[in-house]
Ligand binder design. Sequence first.
Ligand SMILES: Nc1ncnc2c1ncn2[C@@H]1O[C@H](COP(=O)(O)OP(=O)(O)O)[C@@H](O)[C@H]1O
Ligand SMILES: [Mg+2]
Length: 277
Amino acid sequence: MSENPGLIVRDLEIFSADGQTLVGPVSFDFNPGQRLGLIGESGSGKSLAALAIIGLLPDGLSSRGSIELGGRQLVGAPERIMNTVRGTDVAVVFQEPLTALDPLMRIGKQLAEPLRRRAAADGERLTRQQLRLLVRERLADVRLPDPDAIALAFPHQISGGQRQRAALAIALSGRPSLLIADEPTTALDVTVQSEILDLLDRLVDERGMSLLFISHDLAVVARIAPRVVVLQKGLVVEEGMLADVLANPRHAYTHELVDSARSLDNALDDALNGRDA
Ligand SMILES: Nc1ncnc2c1ncn2[C@@H]1O[C@H](COP(=O)(O)OP(=O)(O)O)[C@@H](O)[C@H]1O
Ligand SMILES: [Mg+2]
């Protein structure tokens, strides 16, 4: 088994409680250390696919098919297994870091817990002092200024961009080999969005992680993933190298995405040049 397993999704289907097909069948895969962009409009099934991979589908929803991570089958895996897979093999950052963070707990404490668990899994027991140092290091890794102050802050006391950095630090605390980023910058303003994308880009590279990057925005995906899968209404309508998809979109829906990304690009250019978009 590979140290840094890729992901193989085959004929994944997700059903609602009343038996409607919400997603699928969809298939996609990528090798260890590779990046894949999952693109599609709101409601196309991107988040459900991500939740199926980490075994956290909403109550009542069910899945069928195959999700293999490092040779291990995750569809139907017992919760005991999924508990160890989450965090150590695969971790997620979501669009809104407030949903991932506990509003009543200081950032440092929220980061300390998974760090302690990871160490315990490696047979290490950390002293409080060691743990405090580790928390500070991990906050510095995600380029948070003044890690000591951030560690003592509650989520609502820091900015949206800082919260997303903290959520990323927590997601990375278990040293996952696969990171799923589900619209991680959608809630942020353009400048902060750009900084977070650069950070993600660098961290994924440095750590040799695989990345499944989810977005409705082709322009954002273009910055981070060379290969894409396009979802529409729960089905894959196109996949390939982004450059090819951009140059020659085969599906009408992909055309629309490409066109709207172009107009966004133009708008951004105009904004940066100080003209009205
Ligand atoms: N808990 C749920 N129960 C029933 N339907 C759901 C649930 N969550 C999502 N859906 C439906 O599944 C589809 C895909 O949703 P989602 O994966 O969240 O889309 P995306 O992330 O691409 O915006 C949508 O039609 C949505 O309404
Ligand atoms: Mg979503």
